[in-house]
Design a protein around this ligand. Structure first.
Ligand SMILES: CC(C)(COP(=O)(O)OP(=O)(O)OC[C@H]1O[C@@H](n2cnc3c(N)ncnc32)[C@H](O)[C@@H]1OP(=O)(O)O)[C@@H](O)C(=O)NCCC(=O)NCCS
Length: 143
């Protein structure tokens, strides 16, 4: 398993494809719905087994000098609970520290809350409901 920073057009096609398959497709959302306007200025990371075929992807954005935010963390179902998410999270946290962020926030889907708690994030409040079904929780970790 290795960490890759996507660079080429092909890397990014695979990166967004996995993001879409895990976070959008199961709810009938079209391709393109997995992207937003901050993708161009965010830090992207993926984990691959071999070549550049990602089995996990994630993104970090900066909301201001102190606050970093993790979004779009997605691990292929066949590779969950093997440490891929942890590796993605550690890589993003390392980058946030290097950029002198004070803390990280994220909006966790309810089933992912225990994963983030295991990594030192605490629930700061109930957040939004996505696609009328997925409850999110605002979580925070001081770096
Ligand atoms: C949430 C997610 C990113 C976690 O990635 P992962 O690679 O499966 O997680 P890891 O293997 O690194 O898990 C590390 C630890 O977190 C905890 N954990 C992870 N998934 C968990 C779950 N579903 N329920 C309870 N604890 C969980 C466990 O303590 C786990 O350690 P263990 O397997 O030794 O018990 C991944 O399951 C995923 O992509 N889920 C679907 C999409 C999603 O919900 N993304 C998050 C959007 S906010």
């Amino acid at each position: 398993m290795k960490v890759i920073l996507p660079k080429t057009k092909e890397d990014f096609e695979k990166y967004y494809d996995l993001r879409w398959r895990i976070l959008r497709k199961p709810w009938g959302q079209p391709r393109g719905s997995e992207k937003d306007e901050l993708d161009n200025t965010s830090y992207h990371v993926m984990v691959a087994e071999k070549e550049h075929n990602p089995i996990g992807v994630a993104r970090l954005q900066f909301n201001n000098d102190n606050e970093a935010q993790i979004r779009y963390m997605a691990v292929d179902e066949r590779h969950q609970r093997r440490g891929v998410g942890s590796l993605l999270l550690q890589t993003l946290e390392k980058f946030a520290r290097e950029k002198h962020a004070s803390y990280i926030i994220l909006h966790a889907r309810e089933p992912a809350v225990p994963f983030y708690q295991k990594h030192g994030y605490h629930i700061a409040g109930k957040s939004y409901l996505l696609f009328d079904s997925i409850q999110h929780f605002l979580m925070k970790k001081i770096l």
